[in-house]
Design a protein around this ligand. Sequence first.
Ligand code: PLP
Length: 381
Amino acid sequence: MIYLDHNATTPVDARVLEAMLPWLRTGWGNPSSVHTLGRRARAALEQAREQVAALVGAHPSQVIFTSGGTEANNMALKGVAARLPARAPLAASAVEHASVQQPLLALARSGHPVAEIGVSPQGQIERDALEEALRGGARLVSVMWANNETGIIHDIPRVAEHVREAGAFLHTDAVQACGKLALDFAASGAHLMSLSAHKLNGPKGVGALLWDKSVDMEPLLHGGGQEKGLRGGTENLASIIGFGVAAELAQSELAQRAQHALTLRRRLEQGLAQRVGEAVIFGAGAERLPNTVFLALPGIEGESLLLELDRQGLAVSSGAACGSGYSEPSHVLRAMGVDIELAHCAVRISLGAGNTAGDVDALIDALQAQAACMQRMASAW
Ligand code: PLP
């Protein structure tokens, strides 16, 4: 199987797994316990906090460990909204992940008006729409750092300038950007930033919310006072330690990983341009993650193409990996104004450290064969 779906999840790095195992086998103490086993666990937990903070230019005290990106997004939005006045307006881009859109829908049901910030055909935040939302009194704005489907990168420092000028808070979902781009929480101007370990070769079920302490936030989980009282529950020690090591590796290997992905992405895009002329790459002119290509072969439904590629041993995705296995056209493409028929044809290729030029060539061969097959069928009609 050639795995080309790294925006859905990544394999756990062998070094991460090695670092985790002792904390499951022998070092399984509760970090809140006062005895030696507990204190050792606490020290390891705090080291992981430092490693995660270092990856994104934050102070360790700003890191709140969560069960992943979904919880971090929920915590940021629901936690901050709970401390804003009732019915305070909120806003988010039209291309957010479901784990931002759904909590916002829940907040809308509880009385908070939620403005949608539109994007351009190249997937960029419309400045006028952002300003309109802020003029409308939005107190909390959520704009993702990089989109999980298209890979399109948003200029978060610029968005933060506008949001801060209006006296509002900015949350950014950096789940896809983290480990692929150099991020600096402090310099970004964002007040809150969500991360997830399994997108950067760490384990699933662990993530973090980075938090500017000037923001008043209600915990999502009330419990035993863990994570500065902001996230109750005994910490997922081994996974957090894995996250820390994954973060440290991502930091030291960032440039090399990004260059590897970009070389492969260029090979793919050039190969498609030369051999599969009908292929459409969404957001081709926009600044994108080095590893992501969201494309369509017009006339071939994305789900069918995905299944055919899978049959040939190539694992891709038709958009966001989602529990419901939905087949609705991508809301991201719809927000970019892509025609609904074409949006139905989308498949996402997301490259990773383990991919090779041979993997990319195998994909180009398969896409070329599918496009040719489609053409033969069309001319037989
Ligand atoms: N945000 C984005 C942009 C994502 O791509 C994902 C996962 O696909 C998430 C949030 C959710 O993260 P997790 O799987 O850790 O809950």
